[in-house]
Design a protein around this ligand. Structure first.
Ligand code: NDP
Length: 451
């Protein structure tokens, strides 16, 4: 049994059924790390794998709040503080009915590597709740956020743990959470990122993940000797923060994004997605994408239930570059085969772990340029760290400064990942490159800090 298998076996013994996505993430990382572990015994001697795959601590708590009909509602809240070898715990909060401790462990584990890859001083964490903001009034969301913070505030702080947004947690939720933290602690400090600009947020935080993903892909295409985005047809899934800003940056670099999707269906607009309409529907009204066709009668809307194999219709559309930006495991082996048959040259993960392991195998076999989430979507957390720096120094960066620093950060992550893969004899394999480069920085810090 090799070192990685031993670790996986141990995790299985102490984990529960909801931890499947966590296993999936750990297995993928450990497979990549095998050459590093074999060539450098120091990591085994310091039990780095066992220490890295066990969170420092996990909190699970009850969240009680009152809805608009005066009914008392109960949800569960979580925070997983995974690793702070490189800096304060940092990672988003997700509000979605699918949230459980396993999903958050997977996301927290991934976050360690992602944050390490940025080269910035931030550790890894994740949190959230099974609360569903969809269909709730602003007042209900505020009540829930206040109740959630009543417990969470005990565990966070600007130098301890700095949560941010994720699925279901945008500027509105961060605003309510920040307001409650301030009330409880009487302290005005950068304890959350993704705040609205007027009270400490960074310019460009909403755009950061999507823009960063496109910068990364642009650099990856250049390393592969392909020209940038000019004239390329792109498909994007999702219609939230990441998808919208991926589409926006693709337009800026000369590409034509032709799809987007939400949990109910997919839009295909062969003339290119109309960004203003998309923003108006999803950001302003939080409505269904079906409404896109009201103003764009040429566009095609396919409901999830009308798509024969389930999942996303997005991947059926011929394209040069694909950007899964909705949710985990949304791109299957079947979808991957279709993308390859249709001549797709690159897949970049805007969402966290959107491609299944079988889909990734298809991409590897067919030499598709594949940018894994922990590298490709690190732009969000990078700008979150810029927000922490601005809060700590009581300064404000200009839009141009944030954008320039983001672009440099993403291009340098891409370069580091590319060179690491080359050094370990797997040139062009961005999964191994990202896992190894992310691992080494954290592991070396853990060794230097002692047990
Ligand atoms: P949002 O909540 O803003 O948007 C998510 C979008 O995906 C929504 O349009 C939603 O549809 C759609 N969606 C959700 N589940 C499904 C599904 N099963 N099938 C089809 N569509 C679905 O989230 P974000 O854009 O912020 O996050 C998207 C992904 O990116 C997540 O994996 C997140 O962890 C990751 N990420 C986000 C970062 C950020 O800065 N926001 C940073 C790094 C990673 P509907 O509108 O119907 O709900």
């Amino acid at each position: 049994m090799n070192i990685s298998d031993e670790t996986i076996e141990k995790i299985r013994k102490v984990s529960c059924q909801t931890d499947n996505t966590f296993f999936q993430a750990v297995e993928e990382v450990l497979e990549s790390l095998q050459p590093v572990l074999e060539s450098d015994p120091i990591y085994k001697r310091h039990s780095i794998l066992d220490r890295l795959t066990t969170p420092d601590r996990e909190f699970k708590f009850k969240v009680v709040w009152m809805d608009d009909n005066q009914n008392i509602q109960v949800n569960t809240g979580y925070r997983v503080q995974f690793n702070n070898a490189l800096g304060p715990y940092k990672g988003g909060l997700r509000f979605h009915p699918s949230v459980n401790s396993g999903i958050l462990k997977f996301l927290g584990f991934e976050q360690i590597f992602k944050n390490s890859l940025t080269g910035l001083p931030i550790g890894g964490a994740k949190g959230g709740s099974d609360f569903d903001p969809k269909g709730k009034s602003d007042f209900e969301v505020m009540k829930f956020c206040s109740a959630f913070m009543t417990e969470l505030h005990k565990h966070i702080g600007p130098r301890i743990d700095v949560p941010a947004g994720d699925i279901g947690v945008g500027a509105r939720e961060i605003g309510y959470l920040f307001g409650e933290y301030k009330k409880i602690t009487s302290s005005y400090e950068g304890v959350l990122t993704g705040k609205p600009f007027m009270f400490g947020g960074s310019l460009m935080r909403p755009e950061a993940t999507g823009y960063g993903c496109v910068y990364f892909t642009d650099e990856m295409l250049k390393f592969a000797g392909k020209d940038g985005f000019e004239g390329r047809i792109c498909v994007v899934s999702g219609a939230g923060n990441v998808a919208i800003h991926t589409i926006e940056k693709l337009y800026k670099l000369g590409a034509k994004p032709v799809t987007c999707s939400d949990s109910r269906g997919t839009i295909y607009d062969s003339r290119g997605i109309d960004l203003e309409t998309l923003k108006e529907i999803k950001l302003q009204r939080r409505a269904s994408l079906e409404e896109y066709c009201v103003n764009h009668s040429d566009a095609i809307y396919t409901k999830v239930e009308d798509y024969p194999t389930g999942g996303h219709e997005v991947w059926q559309i011929p394209c040069d570059c694909a950007f899964p930006c909705a949710t985990q495991n949304e791109l299957t082996e079947l979808d991957a085969n279709t993308l390859v048959e249709n001549g797709c040259i690159s897949v970049s993960e805007g969402a966290n772990m959107p491609s299944t392991p079988d889909a990734i195998e298809v991409f590897k076999k067919n030499d598709i340029l594949f940018a894994p989430a922990k590298a490709a979507n690190a732009g969000g957390v990078a700008v979150s760290e810029f927000e922490m720096a601005q809060n700590a120094s009581m300064t404000k960066w200009s839009y141009e400064k944030v954008d320039k620093t983001l672009e440099q950060t993403m291009r340098s992550i891409c370069k580091r990942v590319h060179l690491t893969a080359r050094d370990y004899g797997v040139e062009g394999n961005y999964i191994d490159g990202a896992n190894i480069a992310g691992f080494k920085r954290v592991a070396d810090a853990m060794i230097a800090e002692g047990i």
